[in-house]
Design a protein around this ligand. Structure first.
Ligand SMILES: Cc1ncc(COP(=O)(O)O)c(C=O)c1O
Length: 448
């Protein structure tokens, strides 16, 4: 059975963000068939901790029957109908109302999409539309940051600040500029870099600045404490819209409902996806400030020619509503915060007992362990030592699935497990990570 699936996979399935040659040589690395809580089981019957919540998105964990039931009910009643041309339905109306109620203060109107990339492309277009309505069509440029990941649609690929994502087909847009990431930088250095880009490009040409509250795919980069307050100030100073990409950081991931709340900062537009349905159905959207919405209400005459077939998909909306209800009723935001602190204490113990662990960090249940050749000086391992690759393999042998980030010579192991994780599960994950680190030390011949 699984052999047959392997062959069919190789023959017919072009995988996203994968090495095609590796697939052709080895077949798919896993073929999963079941999910339950924080665990995934493959067709061979092996069970793993899904320490990435798959793609940072299965926030409430696998196998939640409540979501399946709600989806079934909604599909039987009204699986799909359009929201174009002002057609509407109850699930979309209620999902918009619910998301507005949990979004930051002053962001109350929602445009729905089917995922993160569409959400960011939509946010860029809404930002430009805002300036157009204000008679400032020159404000077209989008500033993002190095190491940012904003998706792979045309505009979001261009906003993404990881050059590997431009290799496939280049970028599609001029008008996208990248400032420095705050990774291993002080607030003033990182802010200065954004300011420099604004000045070089000309403030009157900038529509918006976009940032993930915590850079995810770039390596779980938690900014310095006062960074986002300064970003907000800078955007206000130059009259630039601030878009928060909360696609990973939303819905409890960082120990707050939305990531920017950690620093008491409110964006002008906020994009979301992933955790809004915990991945049970593809869904996403953009929430905009009252100021943007009011301007649109006043001046956006004629049709807004922007919409996806699945904008406000009724079944996805119903699942989102149930998912958010579960997050609230089970206090999962608080759980994420508490379990995140526990995970950090565990990581710190691993660091204390190791010669290859550099920085460890968590914010809610989003975290990273960096492997370095010398924790004192932060000297990195040479690429050919493949430290991160060895760690991922060792974790896999321990029954843990997670992900490494090796851009710019880093060896960062990322963690983003379901936010339902309990203390026992956190401790079990920590134990396995500790074992994996020891294995890597042995393989690299670095032992006490
Ligand atoms: C921060 C961020 N923005 C945008 C996206 C793109 O979302 P999607 O893959 O749903 O298009 C992702 C996906 O990982 C993401 O992490």
């Amino acid at each position: 059975m699984s052999k047959n699936l392997m062959e069919l996979d190789k023959k017919h399935f072009i995988h996203p963000t994968s090495s095609i040659q590796q697939q052709q040589k080895n077949g798919p690395s896993y073929i999963f068939e079941k999910g339950d809580g924080i665990y995934l089981t493959d067709v061979e019957g092996n069970t793993y901790i899904d320490a990435m919540a798959s793609l940072w998105n299965v926030n409430i964990g696998h196998g939640r029957k409540e979501l399946a039931e709600v989806a079934k009910e909604q599909m039987e009643k009204l699986a799909f109908s359009s929201t174009f041309s002002t057609f509407s339905h109850e699930p979309a109306i209620l999902a918009a109302e619910k998301i507005a109620s949990i979004a930051p203060e002053g962001l109350n109107a929602v445009f729905f999409t089917s995922g993160g990339s569409e959400s960011n492309d939509t946010a860029f277009k809404l930002a430009r539309h805002y300036w157009k309505l204000k008679g400032k069509e020159n404000r077209r440029k989008i500033i993002s940051r190095k190491k940012a990941y904003h998706g792979v649609a045309a505009a979001s690929t261009s906003a993404t600040g990881i050059p590997q994502f431009w290799d496939m087909a280049g970028t599609f847009m001029p008008d996208f500029v990248h400032a420095d990431t705050p990774y291993e930088k002080s607030t003033s250095e990182a802010i200065e870099s954004i300011k420099k880009v604004i000045e070089e490009e000309g403030p009157e040409t900038i529509a918006a600045f976009i940032a993930e509250p915590v850079q995810g795919a770039g390596g779980v980069i938690i900014p310095p404490e006062d960074y986002f307050k300064e970003v907000r100030k800078l955007c206000d100073e130059y009259g630039i819209l601030f878009i928060a990409d909360e696609i990973i950081t939303g819905f409890g991931r960082t120990g707050k409902m939305f990531g920017l709340e950690n620093w008491g900062v409110t964006p002008d537009l906020m994009t979301f996806a992933k955790g809004v349905t915990s991945g049970y159905l593809p869904f996403g959207g953009v929430v905009v400030s009252d100021e943007i919405h009011d301007l649109m209400k006043e001046r956006s005459t004629g049709t807004l020619f922007h919409g996806f077939t699945y904008s406000g998909h009724p079944t996805a909306c119903a699942v989102a509503l149930k998912n958010i209800e579960i997050i609230e009723e089970e206090n999962l935001v608080e759980n994420s915060r508490e379990m995140g602190s526990r995970l950090l204490r565990g990581f710190q113990k691993i660091k204390d007992n190791s010669h290859i662990v550099g920085d460890v960090r968590t914010i809610g249940l989003l975290g990273a362990v960096e492997l370095v050749k010398d924790p004192e000086t932060n000297e990195r391992f040479p690429d050919e030592w493949n430290a991160a690759g060895k760690a991922i393999q060792a974790l896999y042998d321990e029954g843990v699935i997670c992900r490494s980030v090796t851009y710019d010579g880093t060896d960062i192991i990322c963690f983003s497990p379901p936010i339902t994780m309990n203390a026992e599960e956190v401790d079990s994950l920590v134990e396995k990570v500790g074992n994996a680190v020891k294995t890597v030390e042995k393989e690299l011949n670095i032992t006490l």
